[in-house]
Design a protein around this ligand. Structure first.
Ligand code: ATP
Ligand code: MG
Length: 557
């Protein structure tokens, strides 16, 4: 089924009918990250959804930094987030926006609520406020400060703003209903005192709005028509609507919720990902084992594969856990179609071809891709010494082993059939070299004596090649749900999630691989030339993903 034929998801249906009924003229969505970490695969779902809806319905999508919390936010994250959204292939409408550029308006609206008797300054400390709040089954109690006059509240609010009180001494609260069945409606906090500099507003403010007092108003200021968030905000919707109804806002956005993406074997919480980085469990936010967009990029995932994955999982109103094999399937499928082929030997074992002249070498050719004639042919040099993978040779083996065995034949991929004569060992009995013979006239032909090889293996010329380091990655966690229940996700870090191999040999053309370029190393998997500054001047390949696809089997059952 093509993308066009796919049935509309519930948000697409909703927008379609809003447009048809004239409820909105143009759909405007937004992606509103808090710049307190790098984006992860869960954010990719939200990005594809919000930008995707705008594209599908000829609307616009804003990128808005929800930077109301000065403590944890940094410009590094702002830059990284912009890069990641662009890399995924989306463009936001106009310049990026910042919630902090609306702080003046938020303050005016706080004053408006005070003046209309709908907000008050409260002196309860955090512990007292908790007692007054009540529980899910018990109503709360009114704060003793709830009935201050508008004039007194205004004076106190101005003093809060002027920095005359300590952090925690006072908050501004909405005056709604302390016995409301929804705890979010029990006089929620609008402003807190925080004597901290902000990356956009510097020291202008020492009071900062809460998420609840900011988010819907940001949407209103920007003329967002459909404010889409994850399910845990459903309980905040009445409050979102209360602010929109009680403030002189220029537009009336509406909030809709969808199920967040959870992936097995994966942690998607910025706080936990930051902990992995800060405590050096990984090599930064862009470590190829991280479920961050930056990590996937460095690992060799393509934007198209991530968008495809987001399309495959769809959008629903329920939370669920998606099998990470589905994401792996998406990238494998993309690379199978698009990645040029190459040969590489990860654990080299030298094979000396005794009947091939030691001073001779020749250039052989191989297709860039078996189905893609548009990809250029490769040139492979061949001489009397080649490397094969140590796993591809045995002195003896049963019939299932279709590689090189003493006295038997194998085809070197895109080259000759060879036959092994002798294994040379070191003093400890380790095989350090194999002596073999080229079977004549087998370039593109079967052996004339009719003794056909059982298998084909990759190889690299030992005299003319590209040497590099290979990093083999595996899942970062050994447990399918490393942060569920009361588990500590750090207890499940896979100690084999990174295996580094030095002195791997690839065909000579790989020396020209561009940083970020991905190849299929035949019989090994997909590998991406590392593009990080951390490996500048070195040649390093990251394994994007192996060749075997467990998801495809499940899907085709
Ligand atoms: P985290 O829980 O990782 O800290 P967050 O929700 O606090 O994420 P924000 O920066 O506030 O991070 O998120 C920006 C947008 O991305 C929000 O609209 C949020 O709903 C969405 N989002 C975050 N995580 C997911 C997820 N796992 N699946 C879908 N959308 C997500
Ligand atoms: Mg958040």
């Amino acid at each position: 089924m093509s993308a066009e034929e796919k049935p509309l998801n519930f948000l697409e249906q909703l927008i379609k009918s809003d447009l048809e009924a004239g409820v909105v003229e143009k759909v405007v969505t937004r992606f509103p990250p808090e710049p307190n970490g790098y984006l992860h695969i869960g954010h990719a779902k939200s990005i594809c959804l919000n930008f995707g809806l705008a594209l599908k319905f000829n609307g616009a999508c804003n990128l808005r930094f929800d930077d109301t919390n000065p403590a944890k936010e940094e410009m590094e994250y702002v830059e990284a987030i912009k890069q990641d959204v662009s890399w995924l292939g989306f463009s936001w409408d106009g310049e990026e926006r910042y919630a902090s550029s609306y702080f003046d308006t938020f303050y005016e609206w706080a004053v408006h609520l005070v003046n209309t008797g709908k907000a008050y300054v409260c002196d309860l400390n955090a512990e007292q406020a908790r007692e007054y709040r009540g529980t899910l089954t018990e109503a709360g109690k009114n704060s003793p400060f709830r009935d201050r006059s508008a004039a007194e509240n205004l004076e106190l609010l101005e003093k809060m703003k002027a920095g005359e009180f300590e952090e925690g001494a006072k908050v501004l609260r909405a005056k709604i209903d302390m016995s409301h069945g929804n705890i979010n409606m029990r006089d929620p906090i609008l402003y807190r005192i925080r004597k901290q500099s902000h990356h956009q507003t510097g020291d202008k403010w020492c009071i900062y709005p809460t998420y609840d007092f900011a988010h819907g108003q940001e949407d209103a200021i920007e003329g967002i028509t459909h404010s889409i968030c994850t399910l845990e905000f459903a309980d905040h919707r009445p409050l979102y609507e209360w602010f929109i109804a009680n403030l002189p806002v220029p537009a009336k956005p509406r909030q809709y919720e969808f199920g967040r993406l959870n992936l097995n074997y994966t942690v998607t919480s910025k706080r936990k990902l930051k902990q992995l980085v800060d405590e050096n469990y990984v090599d930064g936010w862009d470590d190829p084992r991280m479920p961050t967009i930056a990590g996937y990029r460095r690992r060799g995932y393509t934007p198209a594969s991530i968008r495809k994955f987001c399309e495959m999982i769809g959008v629903t109103k329920a939370d669920g856990v998606v099998d990470v094999a589905m994401l792996e399937h998406a990238i494998r499928d993309d690379l199978d179609k698009n990645a040029p082929r190459a040969m590489c030997v990860l654990r080299p074992l030298k094979v000396v071809l005794t009947n091939y002249a030691a001073d001779k070498s020749e250039n052989l050719t191989a297709p860039g891709h078996p189905q893609r004639e548009d990809l250029p042919e490769r040139t492979l040099s061949f001489s009397n010494e080649v490397y094969i993978d140590a796993d591809d040779f045995r002195e003896e083996a049963n019939k299932k082993y279709k590689r090189l065995v003493l006295g038997k034949r194998v085809r070197l991929r895109n080259a000759y059939v060879i036959e092994a004569d002798e294994a040379i060992k070191d003093d400890n009995g380790n095989i350090i070299e194999v002596r073999a013979r080229v079977i004549e006239n087998t370039l593109g032909n079967k052996p004339e004596d009719g003794i056909n090889p059982k298998g084909v293996i990759q190889w690299v010329d030992a005299k003319d090649n590209t040497e590099f380091e290979v990093r083999l990655y595996d899942r970062l966690f050994t447990d399918a749900a490393p942060d569920s229940g009361d588990k500590n996700f750090l207890d499940f870090i896979n100690s084999d999630s990174l295996v580094t191999l030095q002195k791997c040999y690839g065909e000579k053309g790989l020396a020209a691989a561009a940083p970020g370029e991905v190849f299929q190393f035949e019989r090994e998997g997909y590998f991406c030339r590392d593009a990080s500054e951390k490996t500048a001047g070195q040649c390093v390949f990251n394994r994007t993903i192996g060749l075997k696809d467990s998801w495809a089997k499940i899907e085709n059952k």
